[in-house]
Design a protein around this ligand. Sequence first.
Ligand SMILES: *Cc1c(COP(=O)(O)O)cnc(C)c1O
Length: 373
Amino acid sequence: MQTVPFLDLKRQFAPLKAPILEQFTDILDTCHFAGGPHVQRFEEHFANYCGVQHAIGVNSGTAALELALRALEIGQGDEVILPAMTFIATATAVLHVGATPVFADIEPEAFTLCPQSAASKITPRTRAIIPVHLYGQPASMEPLMQLAATNSLAVLEDAAQAHGAEYQGQRCGSIGDIAAFSFYPGKNLGAAGEGGAITTNRNDLADRVRMLRDWGQDRKYHHALLGTNARMDAFQGAVLDLRLGHLDEWTRQRQSIAMSLAQALSDNPLLIAPKSHNDRTHVFHVYAAQTDHRDAFTAHLNSRNIASALHYPIPLHLQPCLAFLGYRQGQFPNSEKLARREVSLPLFPGMTEDEINAVVCGIRSFKHNETDA
Ligand SMILES: *Cc1c(COP(=O)(O)O)cnc(C)c1O
């Protein structure tokens, strides 16, 4: 029987091996390893791609979130509102700059930060909100930007899963004050290792991020800010610049596979397809189906050699390492429901017709008599 992996990066990298090796040779010849022209070229192209003034390459999405918060001068005593359903880095970045993460619930069908829930969490200490473009679909930016403007809050987009996704014609990463991207290998635009970027239209924030990633230097050995080493590696800059040219084609493939999966899911009353808003494009970093019979469904897929994953089985307010924040089960029902019911299906560029058909058949053949498993 057909074996369908959750993701196969080899198919994306194999055709790019020769041009990547050419770039690597160039870097070895010049020995410009940290930052430098390869990183700068990628930064220019990525800024253009996002429709934004500045893109600043760093060494991870986690570093991008932390430096964005530091550039906004958020720290001790400040509160930052973010969704309870996201990857843990969104919350740990807030803690690592000394501020307090304040969770809000997600919208029930789009899974991104709910503007009403976020509004209810605002206090005199709130300084910023972090909408996460979860699974590759932009958050409801118009009401969130309005909320931020009314309350003088900064908006930091966590765009780690949403390279190229558009909200009312604007690309993710160009809407808030500042944004953080990840180029972890499995992301829609991935490096051959670790990487991240900050995008912004604000010159003051861009200047500060450029200093912060390089030990806070404004000139050699003059440290104006308390910075760190978060510079992007030249090899990663070169790989990312080459891969950026293929991103739109890969996104189209993701969207086309998503249509096949949605069709199959809509024919099975036990399963629910993710919903897309029509004022935004979804780039399907994760294809998040839902079901009340998750264990049985994943076992059914497994028996047909089809991989699946969970994003994410535990919402952040119930994570053991964040217990000290004092949240309880039941506080964010939409996040908790998604954590119980979500199943991520295989969807990646280079997936074959046979593999897509195998997943479609796996979806269609899941029946009631399996659900007591
Ligand atoms: C991947 C991810 C991050 C962290 O990025 P890294 O490059 O792995 O540090 C942050 N936020 C979200 C939503 C992510 O998916």
